[in-house]
Write a protein that binds this ligand. Sequence first.
Ligand code: GDP
Ligand code: IMO
Ligand code: MG
Length: 427
Amino acid sequence: MATGMVVGTQWGDEGKGKIVDWLAERADVVVRSQGGNNAGHTVVVDNKAFALRLLPSGILYDNKMNIIGTGVVIDPKVLLEEIAGIEAQGKSVKALQISDRAHVIMPYHIALDNAEEASKGDAKIGTTKNGIGPCYADKINRVGIRVCDLYDLDTFKEKLAYNVEFKNKILTKVYDAEGVNYDEILADYIKYAEALKPFVTDTNHTVLKAVQEDKKVLFEGAQATMLDLDHGTYPFVTSSHPVAGGASTGAGVGPGYLKNIFGVVKAYATRVGAGPFPTELTNEIGDTLREIGHEFGTVTGRPRRCGWLDLMVVKYAAGLNSLDYLAITRLDILDTFKELKICVGYTLNGKAYEGFPANLKDLEACEPVYETLPGWETDISGIRSYNELPENARKYVERIAEVTGVPLGIVSVGPNRSQTIELVDVF
Ligand code: GDP
Ligand code: IMO
Ligand code: MG
């Protein structure tokens, strides 16, 4: 079967966009199946950077079908801006399809995201404030507005009126915030719907047909395992299922169709937003990683928290995603380090921890068990074959594969397409 998938194994921003772009060269179809414009996937082609949020990374090729699937939450204003931006950069969106079942982010979702975060004070999640959580909450609560509703004016007006009335009560009476305006939203969303109409279709059918016809379908994950609503560091998570299984429900294909699952592992660890991070380095080493790696959020510009690679996290991700291969990225960022640490286990109250703690107090009390490996202290960004990597760089990535039990698939040594070393010929 000709499917492939790219998922994040840590807290996001592992370089999924770059790996999708690399694999997409051979794909016929690229599909986003969850998340929304909380994602920021930077892809560099010929030294030119493209920042993608809702558009699948396959959009950078002229001949691929790109699908925004059912499980994605779509802010139509942001999507239209992104389409205009990518067209201005000379790319075409003619083969874009948007699911008629996807849920729509409305202005009251963004207002609620802001109000909820503000009300939480120090306990805030540090969301991207794009209305992601409130939109998924409405979907779960069965009061959401779907893309197909935008093209049925009576239904849309009815659902919008209900939501605006109810959300305005919450915004003004609970949060003491400003409400939203029904007429303005109606007028704006009618315009957005008109502009998006050429792209809207039953993408579940398109994806399933493509898979069954043995076309090469690549699923592009957004966010990452530790941000998964059920399996991440709840409540410091996003509101969707970034794990591999999420692509089955999110794109509308049975789990048996999901093959060649690549788990993207940044060679160290970062996290943007609040929540536990056992290997975080709040010292000079963390600052050095942030500076060398330019670790600032694509979406929010926030500095990313940095730390040593945590293989307890990647091992956990290996099982949750049934990873077939590892795609290790940003190895070049470690070029100047004399020595490197990797966390290979946790101890809690002096005992080795099995599995992954649910209770955040337990996770915070876990002590990482580190192994120290020698650095390679060489610029590897120009290396194009695995055997030419310095021995210590090979030992570093091979140790990751050994501890997690997942074979190496790709090693990335820079943001450009050419800076990719492929170890397997699959997908
Ligand atoms: P994503 O959200 O997982 O797609 O990751 P982001 O795009 O948010 O962040 C990853 C950043 O690292 C982007 O700026 C990429 O261009 C860049 N990148 C990807 N792979 C590599 C690599 O191997 N080396 C370096 N130096 N940068 C990389
Ligand atoms: P990509 O696809 C990194 C984080 C936010 C916050 C939490 C909840 O680029 O890897 P949300 O707005 O989703 O309700 O925020 O999740 N977060 C991400 N962190 N990369 C992402 O996407 C993220 N998407 C959400 O920072 O901590
Ligand atoms: Mg990102």
